[in-house]
Ligand binder design. Structure first.
Ligand code: 5AD
Ligand code: SF4
Length: 472
């Protein structure tokens, strides 16, 4: 069956489940772990559920279905899932709540084995490649009252036209490619998300056009390796339909930049190797593409980078930063860093601090190395003791925080373009929004401005946010 027929088939199952639920309102909880790609998958799961007659709740006790969309990039997500399953056991016994678990962790056999053994009351296990079949799987569990496992090891196809319930009506994520071919030695993603494959330009552009029509202001393009969009297809010589001249990430940025109504374009997560000249030129020339670019460093030491299979050295990374800064006016950078990769010495870690001092990132996402079963990193013998990893993490954190404080000073007195996102969580009297460089700004203004891009004068800085005022 081709993918569009498979999607139609699932529409039938959505109707069938809705019929089963027609006389009662069904409620569900959804817990999403991990990255923005997973959040985007969860929006699709929510879209399917709402079409099947389910309403979302945050109260576990009143839920008829508990859904988990899991991540396996680091170990802490596993502890969180098992903790939650322990809590759900009573609800399963008392009211027969249906429990479904999907996402990256389900592509790991040792995890599904553990769930089947220690939490046998879980009803549905599904993987990253079978998300679109959730209605069918739910229907079977409701009808046949038995447990179901739907996990495949072969790369999923791309399913267009799934329902989607977005978390925001101002900012939207659009997944443009899936999977990864890089095999960084610490990373589990290539094993659980499969090989790189890109959506067709026509489908991506039409999705963004539809979002613009519905009033969305900001689009984040997503992919595990977002700036290698269409690379595999191009290299394999696959025939691509010419649509708006898009045959690469750079041309996609240019095509989306032309869509009226969209004010901002962001993208995550790229790989340094794919910042080719055309991509830099596109970022520079497209006025809507935010000039905050994510450039994952992982380590600042060339030997560690080699062991990580990152394919660049410290010097090459720094040269790339210089080239990008020269080509893209007003560029700021954010990054990901892992501390405590196997074999990393104190001196090698100093190189990471050195790069951080030199580049002065706008934001740094810091991670303690976590062993992932099945990756080359896990098999390395020279694992770093937890205590050393934590010490390095704290050292890096202190440096990053001092740089953020210093950087924040630069904002005070400046005027920033801010997309107004809604009420501030901590003070409902105030509004919150973000600058092009992704800084949170809190300010007093009329609610009518929610969803608009406005100019704000920054009056003070507070580590994780800035305070702004409307200039009169
Ligand atoms: N341990 C710690 N951090 C990791 N990341 C990926 N795999 C691991 C791991 N095993 C981090 C990388 C990546 C980000 C999404 O998560 O920094 O860029
Ligand atoms: Fe993981 Fe490296 Fe692929 Fe990113 S590029 S998903 S870190 S293997």
């Amino acid at each position: 069956m081709d993918t569009s027929n498979e999607v139609k088939e699932q529409e039938k199952y959505r109707k069938k489940v809705k019929e089963i639920n027609q006389n009662k309102i069904q409620k569900y909880t959804m817990l999403t772990m991990g990255c923005q790609l997973n959040e985007n998958d969860s929006e699709k799961l929510c879209g399917m559920l709402e079409q099947m007659g389910y309403q979302r709740t945050n109260n576990q006790k009143e839920a008829d279905l508990a859904l988990f969309n899991t991540c396996c990039v680091r170990e802490n997500a596993e502890d969180k899932l098992f903790g939650k399953l322990g809590e759900l056991k009573r609800l399963k016994e008392e009211k027969g709540i249906i429990i479904a678990i999907g996402g990256c962790m389900m592509q790991e056999k040792h995890i599904t084995d553990k769930i089947k053994e220690s939490y046998p009351f879980v009803d549905i296990l599904f993987g990253t490649h079978t998300l679109h079949k959730f209605p069918e799987n739910l229907y079977k569990v409701l009808e046949e009252k038995k447990k179901l496992e739907d996990i495949i090891d072969i790369d999923g196809k791309i399913y267009e036209g799934l329902p989607i319930k977005r978390d925001s009506n101002i900012k939207a994520s659009v997944t443009i490619m899936n999977g990864c071919n890089n095999f960084c030695s610490y990373c589990i993603v290539p094993y659980v998300r499969g090989r790189e494959r890109s959506r067709k330009p026509r489908d991506v552009i039409n999705e963004v056009r539809e979002l613009a029509r519905r009033g969305y202001q900001e689009i984040t393009l997503l992919g595990q390796n977002v700036n290698s969009y269409l690379r595999v297809e191009r290299e394999r010589g696959m025939e691509l339909e010419a649509y708006e001249g898009v045959n690469s990430f750079a041309t996609l940025l240019k095509a989306i930049n032309k869509i009226e109504g969209i004010e901002r374009i962001r993208f995550v997560s790229p790989h340094p190797k794919d910042f080719t000249d055309d991509v830099m030129e596109a970022i520079a020339s497209c006025d809507k593409v935010c000039k905050l670019v994510h450039l994952p460093l992982q380590s600042g030491n060339s030997k560690v980078l080699k062991e990580m299979n990152r394919n660049y050295t410290k010097e090459q990374y720094l040269t790339l930063v210089e080239t990008m800064k020269a080509k893209i006016p007003d560029l700021t950078l954010s990054t990901d860093i892992i501390v405590g990769f196997p074999g990393e010495t104190d001196e090698e870690f100093e190189d990471t601090l050195d790069v951080v001092r030199k580049v002065k990132f706008e934001q740094v996402y810091m991670f303690i190395y976590s062993r992932r079963v099945g990756t080359p990193g896990d098999k390395m013998e020279n694992q770093i003791p937890e205590e050393h990893k934590h010490n390095r993490f704290n050292k890096l954190k202190a440096l990053v925080e001092s740089q953020i404080e210093e950087n924040n000073q630069k904002y005070v007195g400046s005027v920033q373009r801010v997309l107004v996102e809604g009420e501030s969580k901590n003070n409902k009297e105030l509004l919150t929004g973000r600058t092009d460089s992704n800084k949170v700004v809190i300010f007093e203004a009329s609610r009518e401005l929610i969803g608009k891009v406005i100019d704000l004068k920054i009056v003070s800085e507070h580590m994780w946010y800035l305070k702004g005022e409307i200039e009169i």
